[in-house]
Design a binder for this molecule. Structure first.
Ligand SMILES: *Cc1c(COP(=O)(O)O)cnc(C)c1O
Length: 436
C-alpha cells in the first residue's frame, strides 16, 4: 500500500468509500459522545470544501458565507495554500524555538511591511502564536512590562477565551463564570470617546480595541474613535492595542482595518484569516512595545511553526496577487446594497465593512442560548432556514446574521445568496422559534 492510500484509509472522510458509510446523523451522534459539549450540537458534519463551497456528510452542498469564522480567506482547498503547506511540510515541518526557520522570518517581515510606512518607521517585532487568544495573551503580557497595573477594554468586546484574554472581554455572560480573572480591567462603552478619556490615566497600561466588534455583533467603531483613542493613549503614555484578529488580513477591504483610520497602534494582534485555515496568530509590537518582552519573558512550542508560517505567506501572496482587497470592497458593497434593496420587513439594516457584514433583523432578541445550549432568537431561525436552503451564515447575536465569507467570494456567488434570502426570511416570518 502506498502512503497515500494508507492515509486515505486511516482518516475517515478522505475517500468516497468512507463517506458512503457515514452521514450527518451518525457522525453527530459520535461527536455527542466523544467531544466536550462546549459548542452545542454541530449543525452539520462537513467532509469536503472547494472554493466557496463545502459539502456535508450527506453529500449536500453549501455556499460558505461564514468562511470557518473569518478564517478561510482563500476559500477551501485553495491550490496555492495546499501546495505551499504540502511543500513546507515535506521539507521542514517543525523546529523548536531554539532554532529559526526562513518562513517564520519572512512572514514576520511581511506583516511588519504590510502595517505601512509609519509603523515600519517605528520598528516592529512579531511574536507568533497558534490562535487569536494566544496573540492577545502575548499582548496582555506586554502591557504588564510597562509596570502599570490597569487595562481598559470595551463593553461587548471580544478578545478570546483563555484567562488573560477573557479578562479583557466585555461580555459578562462568558467572563463572569470564570472570575476571578487577572488584572484590573475597566470596561467602557464602545465608541464613546468621553468615557474612554475618563477611564484612561497615567496608571493605565493599555487600551484594547477592535476596529469592528465582531463577536459583539459586527459593530464598527464610529468615525474618529480610533483616532481619539490614539490621542488619549499617547497623552497618558498608555499602549494602544488593536485587536485585528477578525478584521485583519483583508477582511474589511484593507490589510488591517485600523490603517484606514490613519492611526499607528503600539500593538496589533492578528490570527483568524492569516493562515487561511492553518492555525496561526501573531502579536506585533511597534516602537517600545516591540521590546517589552525580552529573553525568557514569553514562549510557545508551536508558535512560528514553519508550516503555519508558510501558510501565512501563501495567504498574503494570494491576497495581493489576486487583488482580493479590491474584491472584498466590491463584493462587500454589492452584498450590503442588495440586501438593503430587498426591502424585506425582517431586515432593519446592514453593519460592517468589506466582507465582515452584520444583517440586522427585526424581531425579539432574547438570550443568546437556551438552557439546552440551542440558539434562540430571530437570527438563529434565519441561520437554520438558510442552512436548509444551502447557505452557511452565522447568528452572531439574537438579532444579527454575520457574513464573513472567503475573500474570494465573487458577485455571482453573492447573488445566489441574495436570490435565496427573501424566501429564507419569509419562512422565518416574525415568530422566532427555538432551534437546536
Ligand atoms: C476570534 C477572536 C479572538 C480569539 O481568537 P481564537 O483563535 O478563537 O482564540 C480574539 N479577538 C477577536 C477580535 C476575535 O474575533
Amino acid at each position: 500500500m502506498t502512503y497515500q492510500a494508507e492515509a486515505s484509509a486511516l482518516v475517515p472522510g478522505l475517500t468516497e468509500d468512507s463517506l458512503a458509510a457515514s452521514n450527518n446523523a451518525a457522525w453527530t451522534a459520535r461527536y455527542g459522545q466523544a467531544l466536550m459539549n462546549t459548542f452545542g450540537s454541530p449543525q452539520r458534519v462537513l467532509v469536503r470544501g472547494e472554493g466557496c463551497y463545502v459539502w456535508d456528510a450527506d453529500g449536500r452542498r453549501y455556499l460558505d458565507l461564514l468562511g470557518g469564522l473569518a478564517v478561510n480567506s482563500l476559500g477551501h482547498a485553495h491550490p496555492l495554500l495546499v501546495s505551499t503547506v504540502t511543500a513546507q511540510l515535506a521539507t521542514l515541518g517543525h523546529v523548536s524555538n531554539f532554532f529559526a526557520s526562513a518562513p517564520q522570518v519572512a512572514l514576520a517581515e511581511r506583516l511588519l511591511d504590510l502595517l505601512g510606512p509609519a509603523a515600519s518607521a517605528l520598528g516592529g517585532r512579531v511574536f507568533f502564536t497558534n490562535s487569536g487568544t494566544e496573540a492577545n495573551e502575548a499582548a496582555v503580557k506586554i502591557t504588564r512590562r510597562t509596570g502599570r497595573p490597569k487595562l481598559v477594554a470595551t463593553e461587548n468586546g471580544f478578545h478570546g477565551r483563555s484567562l488573560g484574554a477573557l479578562a479583557i472581554t466585555g461580555k459578562p455572560a462568558i467572563r463572569e463564570p470564570f472570575e476571578p480573572l487577572p488584572g484590573e480591567v475597566t470596561f467602557v462603552p464602545f465608541g464613546d470617546v468621553e468615557a474612554l478619556s475618563a477611564a484612561v490615566d497615567g496608571d493605565t497600561a493599555a487600551v484594547f480595541l477592535e476596529p469592528v466588534q465582531g463577536e459583539g455583533g459586527v459593530v464598527p467603531a464610529p468615525a474618529g474613535y480610533l483616532e481619539a483613542a490614539r490621542e488619549i493613549t499617547e497623552r497618558t503614555g498608555t499602549l494602544l492595542v488593536i485587536d485585528e484578529i477578525q478584521t485583519g488580513i483583508g477582511r474589511c477591504g484593507d490589510w488591517f482595518a485600523h490603517t484606514a483610520e490613519g492611526i499607528v497602534p503600539d500593538v496589533v494582534t492578528v490570527a483568524k484569516g492569516l493562515g487561511g485555515g492553518f492555525p496561526i496568530g501573531a502579536c506585533i509590537g511597534l516602537g517600545r512595545a516591540a521590546d517589552l518582552l525580552g529573553p525568557g519573558a514569553h514562549g510557545t512550542t508551536f508558535g512560528g511553526n514553519p508550516v503555519a508560517a508558510a501558510a501565512g505567506l501563501a495567504v498574503l501572496h494570494a491576497v495581493e496577487r489576486d487583488g482580493l482587497l479590491e474584491n472584498v470592497r466590491t463584493v462587500g458593497a454589492h452584498l450590503r446594497a442588495e440586501v438593503l434593496a430587498l426591502g424585506h420587513p425582517l431586515i432593519k439594516g446592514v453593519r460592517g465593512r468589506g466582507l465582515l457584514l452584520g444583517i440586522e433583523l427585526a424581531g425579539p432578541s432574547e438570550a443568546r442560548f437556551s438552557a439546552e445550549g440551542g440558539h434562540v432568537g430571530v437570527a438563529a431561525a434565519v441561520m437554520a432556514e438558510a442552512l436548509g436552503a444551502g447557505f452557511i451564515v452565522n447568528a452572531v447575536t439574537p438579532d444579527t446574521i454575520r457574513l464573513a465569507p472567503p475573500l474570494i467570494l465573487d458577485t455571482a456567488q453573492a447573488d445566489e445568496f441574495l436570490a435565496a434570502l427573501p424566501a429564507v426570511l419569509d419562512a422565518v416570518g416574525t415568530a422566532p422559534k427555538e432551534i437546536r
